[in-house]
Design a protein around this ligand. Structure first.
Ligand SMILES: [Zn+2]
Ligand SMILES: [Zn+2]
Length: 466
């Protein structure tokens, strides 16, 4: 008998973390992600509901922090097994974890200065960069479709999930008393319409299927019309004579944006604009994308080659990289014609907040959201139309034009999720995770109405037996 206990991303999107227990493999953690949306410094305070030392191995679906961010804490608290992931995930993971820990340590340092002034004892760090180094040393990366034995009687295989570079659909086969059971975990499923990533690989057999439901309640806007809308927003912003701020996830979304901007540039539609990639992490990630370009969609590669360019960076000649803080600050002096792409994607940290401080109160600024905004995040507040925000202890009026582009999502939309689920030939027991309650409900209803699939929607801490 095997069990799955849902420790995170149950009835919510972030914090993906599920514990599988079976005599075939021992205790395996599927993802070990962080719950996003709150204060950066408090992210790591959440306690594990299990003993990290007792975990035998971790299977990591992809590098995004909502799937990987708690790994350094897991390692610090005694986990010393293997972390399985794809090669590209390993390359991205190192960048993401180092960055996340450095933001955390920076915030902690500031907090400790404040505490010292008040005569309070300083707080000890929950994690440090040495924990990231240890985490990386435990990673064993494998190819898509490579089969790896886990524990006494488990076999692991990754398939391309088409979500970000290296993202994987996890297939774990367990043999218990001669009976073979297959668990498939979708990880985050890509949007088949996006240009850089391949469509999520179809899977035809599973006994149990855990699938994500981020957009379980809606389809994305048509991709082609999103590209047109993107160009229109830039034209409108140009007329207003201001600048465009794009809060963007460093992994995936930024690279898709660079590709689209490159296409617009080559169509002659970016005259008078300069693009600034104002995120050391996004710059490093873009280099990884270029290094692993063979994993990208063939059509995108063909498009890049048509212009004799070998990398995303070269595809967009008006792109400027601003890794240094001084370069970032110098952007504040630009009056118009700048498209600034900065993190973090949900505006919970990163340089985008500095740009907000300098520009959010100006009517000639356009803020363009291109990705999912979790509940309680600053990004979500802005999308929901808040008129004033608090940043760095100051009240900032929101007078900028707030625009949202729904079609650039790196997640499958509702219809695409159902289509992917329907590839399975043997009606697996279907569990819905990684979605807010309305998305989960809506997807569960539609799966039943259209295909008589009775999906199970677990609560945090609940146990599923198979
Ligand atoms: Zn993801
Ligand atoms: Zn996710």
């Amino acid at each position: 008998m095997a069990t799955i206990r849902f420790h995170g991303a149950a009835q919510q999107v972030t914090g993906s973390c599920h514990l599988i227990e079976s005599p075939a493999v021992g205790k395996i953690l599927l993802d070990c992600g962080i719950e996003q949306g709150g204060d950066d410094r408090e992210l790591y305070e959440k306690q594990f509901d299990f003993n990290p030392q007792a975990i035998d191995a971790v299977i990591l679906s992809h590098a995004h922090l909502d799937h990987s961010g708690m790994l350094p804490k897991l390692v610090r608290q005694g986990f010393h097994g293997i972390i399985y992931c794809t090669h590209a995930t390993k390359a991205l993971l190192e960048i993401l974890l180092k960055d996340a820990v450095s933001i955390y340590l920076h915030d902690l340092e500031r907090e400790n200065i404040r505490r010292a002034r008040q005569g309070d004892t300083p707080l000890c760090p929950i994690i440090e960069q040495t924990d990231v180094a240890k985490t990386m040393s435990l990673c064993q990366s494998i190819d898509y479709l490579e089969q790896v034995s886990i524990g006494k009687a488990g076999v692991l295989k990754f398939r391309d999930a088409g979500h970000i570079l290296g993202s994987a659909i996890v297939e774990l086969a367990l043999t218990e008393r001669g009976e073979r059971k297959v668990l498939v975990f979708s990880g985050d499923l890509g949007n088949p319409d996006t240009v850089l990533m391949k469509p999520p690989a179809p899977v035809y057999h599973a006994d149990v299927l855990m699938m994500e439901s981020t957009y379980g309640d809606r389809d994305h806007r048509n991709y082609t019309s999103t590209c047109h809308q993107f160009a229109e927003i830039l034209t409108k912003a140009k007329k207003q004579g201001g600048n465009v701020l794009i809060p963007s996830f460093a992994v995936g979304r930024t690279q898709e944006l660079l590709f689209h901007l490159g296409c617009l540039y080559h169509k002659g539609e970016l005259q008078g604009w300069q693009v600034f990639l104002d995120s050391p992490m996004a710059i490093a990630v873009t280099e990884v994308y270029d290094r692993w370009a063979e994993l990208l969609d063939k059509n995108a590669l063909h498009h890049l080659e048509k212009y004799n360019y070998s990398s995303l960076k070269e595809f967009l000649p008006i792109l400027h990289l601003t890794p240094e803080p001084e370069q970032s600050m110098a952007l504040n002096r630009i009056q118009s014609g700048a498209i600034i792409i900065a993190g973090s994607g949900m505006c919970t940290g990163g340089r985008i907040r500095q740009h907000f401080k300098h520009r959010l109160w100006r009517t000639d600024t356009t803020v363009l959201f291109v990705g999912f905004q979790a509940r309680n995040s600053l990004g979500r507040l802005l999308v929901d139309g808040v008129k004033r925000i608090k940043l760095f202890g100051e009240q900032i009026a929101v007078k900028a034009q707030i625009e949202t582009l729904g079609g650039f999502s790196a997640h499958a939309g509702k219809t695409q999720l159902i289509e992917w689920q329907q590839h399975f030939k043997n009606s697996p027991k279907t569990i819905l995770v990684h979605g807010e309650s309305n998305a989960l409900e809506s997807l569960a209803h539609s799966l039943y109405d259209q295909h008589q699939v009775k999906a199970f929607v677990p609560h945090q801490g609940e146990i599923f037996t198979f």
